[in-house]
Design a protein around this ligand. Structure first.
Ligand code: AMP
Length: 438
């Protein structure tokens, strides 16, 4: 399903496009419509499924199409950790880039300055607040937060919040909210205590269950943590190190497919590219040559990640980290079919670290990181929480977003101020500028 079919506002469609999302993930395809219709939701969906956009998109759409008082909070998203708060605010920043909806991440652990910035935003009325429970309560206790126009409440990773003992804090925050509001509850698991919470909070909810497939056990999964320019030399090295007969290399963008394919052709590998710009005849010819083993290496976009059934693919290389966990599982599932062993190797650039961490979360375990051979020079450390740049841009390289270098997106997370989701472009609405303190 594409996003236009969902009837989303043009400004949002522009943001979606800039984020590089082409089609809705399963959770998005299932929850966006009922949220637009005003229904409460209880969804079991893990990180990596695209759940953040699944609730942000319809909320932003509704904010754009049904105005609310400018100086009040309209949506409140409660999350268990500051990392998740920052990440959601960043996704909001990307998706809402062409709108004037303001957002602030409110979380503990910052310095006194961040508390002051948050206080300013909360008291002047930012549109959307993404908060951790303890910090929000600290603000609520001071009496300046305007909660009486909150129309949307999201509890994200609700099971984790209950495990962390936030039940009372959540209920206290909710006691400040108006009774009439839309409630969206997302949780990776649905233990009894979650159902009890849902019964207390939700009104006639739509129940959605996104079953996440797991990759077959016999796939050996490895990853190289690299600087972007190291990817092509390493791939060449890898392809030269063994006489592979069938390899698929996946890239998230046609442009990467074309660039990599031309480099590998120049190095005289038996390789062809496959993507949607090719005529159907040519595509079929390439696939036939690959099936017949006339061709050893295919460089492809995700059009090849689902459905194709070719036996004996020995190696799948992810030149780019896939956009979500489901795509990762589909891509690597091209190898190790029918009980044979296969290897899947992913290259993770600095900008992709956080996105890969979300995939590891979905897999439920870390993927083995292999050291980059010394001859390729020093490689970055794997530090998705602190060092890596945001993965919220769907793999878009830094500086390649609409509006050029967008504050907040390309800064290392560690440098972020309290307003993780605030922009300081200078052309935001005055309401938002007040919120960001810029
Ligand atoms: P989440 O489960 O919300 O943490 O999202 C996981 C990753 O999927 C993030 O890097 C998102 O930017 C990305 N993502 C979300 N929706 C889509 C989509 N429709 N197409 C491609 N990537 C997406």
């Amino acid at each position: 399903m594409n996003f236009r079919e969902l009837g989303l506002d043009e400004r949002l469609l522009e943001g979606i496009d800039a984020m590089g999302y082409e089609t809705a993930t399963p959770v998005q395809a299932q929850v966006i419509q009922p949220i637009l219709e005003g229904r409460d939701i209880i969804a079991s969906a893990q990180t990596g499924t695209g759940k953040t956009a699944a609730f942000l998109l319809p909320i932003i759409h509704k904010m754009l199409t049904s105005p609310h008082p400018a100086n009040h909070i309209n949506a409140m998203i409660i999350v268990p950790t500051r990392e998740l708060a920052i990440q959601i605010a960043e996704t909001m920043e990307g998706l809402g880039y062409f709108t004037d909806i303001s957002c602030i991440a409110v979380y503990g652990g910052g310095d006194g300055n961040s508390f002051v910035t948050e206080k300013k935003a909360l008291s002047s009325g930012v549109d959307m607040v993404v908060c951790t429970p303890g910090r929000m309560i600290a603000h609520l206790n001071m009496g300046y937060v305007k909660m009486n126009q909150v129309n949307y409440l999201v509890l994200d990773e609700a099971d984790r919040m209950l495990d962390m003992g936030f039940n009372d804090d959540i209920m206290k925050i909710i006691s400040f909210l108006p009774k009439k509001r839309q409630n969206l509850l997302f949780s990776a698991t649905m233990p009894q205590k979650m159902r009890d919470l849902a019964r207390k909070l939700l009104h006639d909810p739509v129940e959605i269950n996104i079953a996440v497939s797991k990759p077959p056990e016999q796939i050996v999964q490895e990853a190289y943590v690299v600087f972007e320019p190291q990817k092509i030399p390493l791939i060449k090295h890898m392809l030269n190190s063994k006489a592979y007969t069938r390899v698929i290399i996946f890239c998230s963008k046609k442009q990467h497919v074309k660039q990599l394919a031309s480099e590998l052709k120049r190095a005289r590998f038996s390789i062809e590219e496959i993507h949607s710009d090719l005529l159907q005849d040519k595509r079929e010819q390439v696939m036939q040559d690959f099936r017949n083993k006339k061709l050893k290496i295919l460089v492809a976009t995700d059009i090849l990640s689902r459905g194709i059934d070719i036996e004996e693919i020995e190696l799948v290389i992810n030149y780019d980290v896939p956009n979500d966990g489901e795509d990762y599982i589909h891509r690597i599932g091209r190898t190790a079919r029918a009980e044979t062993k296969g290897t899947a190797i992913t290259f993770i650039s600095e900008a992709e670290q956080r996105k890969f961490a979300a995939i590891e979360q979905l897999l439920g375990k870390p993927v083995t990181k292999v050291a980059v051979p010394e001859e390729f020079g020093p490689a970055p450390a794997y530090a998705p929480k602190s060092g890596g740049r945001s993965g919220a841009g769907g793999g878009r390289p830094p500086g390649n977003r609409p509006g050029g270098n967008r504050p907040g997106s390309n800064r290392p997370a560690g440098n972020r101020g309290a307003g993780g989701g605030n922009r300081a472009d200078g052309n935001r609405s005055s309401r938002e500028q007040g919120a960001s303190g810029s």
